[in-house]
Design a protein around this ligand. Structure first.
Ligand SMILES: C[S@@+](CC[C@H](N)C(=O)[O-])C[C@H]1O[C@@H](n2cnc3c(N)ncnc32)[C@H](O)[C@@H]1O
Length: 278
């Protein structure tokens, strides 16, 4: 009996061994409902029509694509990612959760966003969670932005995000507690000369086991004026920054983003950036 229990315990393994890193990632860093809501309402307010076709660059598990096709009966989504493993995960775990009609309006493409052949222009292109920072020189970033601009309808909008503030360029770890795990954002290295940063996403579990690192990124920390200049050079006619409001009770961000001309010198901030083709 005892031996049986030991075998069972062995088979079950640690929490880290049982964990699904993509599921944890989605829970820790994504909020597709809020992002799709932000995209739809902002597009409608600026363009006076509903956006229908969305392309999600660096889509990972394609959480935004899936939410997009769920939101409206005629919404279509194209997700692009270079990593076949994460796309296969999405096909196995996310796509089957969609209804038949929704599934038919979603396409996942295994490709490099820099080399993607345009099959269809779209109303919205989204690149979230700073993924485009993997382009670390002006030429490649410009090439990426030019491709995005070409991929949009005349009134199309490009949504992206950025982070900054004094804490963004420090080496530090930030821990966020969830019910069944802790999420650690580890800014492990930063070089002020090249602007290159190495970050890890780690997960720790109540039984002491760890997924460390679950994900690693090596990218350049771009500043907002650099991003604006490159977007304008790439052909976008207007670039707007959406700054997060502050909850007066907690002094923390309130999740509401509004367009601003000037930001605040917060130690850590995240902005949405909107680039309009016309
Ligand atoms: C930080 S994850 C972003 C996932 C998701 N978009 C989000 O908002 O959380 C970055 C993703 O970009 C993908 N990626 C990196 N370079 C790429 C490229 N050149 N073209 C397409 N995808 C790329 C990686 O495979 C990874 O899945």
């Amino acid at each position: 009996m005892r031996g049986h229990r030991v075998r069972m315990a062995k088979r079950k393994g640690t929490a880290a061994e049982r964990a699904d890193k993509y599921r944890l990632y989605e829970k820790a860093v994504q909020d597709p409902e809020a992002e799709v809501e932000f995209i739809s309402t902002t597009f409608r307010r600026l363009r006076g029509r509903r956006p229908r076709r969305l392309r999600e660059d660096f889509c990972g598990t394609a959480a935004i694509c899936c939410e997009w096709v769920r939101q409206r009966r005629d919404n279509e989504a194209l997700g692009i990612d270079l990593d076949p493993e994460v796309l296969a995960w999405s096909q196995r775990h996310r796509v089957p959760k969609l209804k038949n009609g929704q599934r038919q309006r979603l396409r996942l493409l295994h490709a490099d966003v820099l080399g993607v052949q345009l099959q269809q222009i779209v109303d919205v292109i989204a690149a979230f969670n700073f993924s485009y920072w993997i382009f670390t020189d002006r030429q490649r970033m410009l090439g990426y932005f030019q491709g995005v601009c070409r991929g949009l309808t005349a009134d199309g909008l490009f949504f992206l995000d950025a982070f900054g503030g004094a804490e963004a360029v420090q080496t530090q770890k930030e821990v966020t507690r969830f019910k069944k795990f802790r999420y650690i954002w580890d800014q492990a290295e930063y070089d002020p000369i090249s602007g290159m940063q190495t970050c890890h996403i780690n997960f720790r579990f109540p039984d002491g086991s760890r997924l460390e690192p679950a994900f690693s990124y090596r990218w350049r920390v771009w500043t907002l004026p650099e991003i604006r200049e490159l977007l304008e050079e790439a052909g976008f006619s207007r670039v707007t920054f959406y700054w997060e409001g502050t909850d007066p009770g907690t002094g923390e961000g309130d999740g509401l983003y509004t367009p601003v001309e000037h930001g605040e010198a917060d130690p850590a901030w995240v902005v949405y950036i909107l680039a309009a083709k016309s």
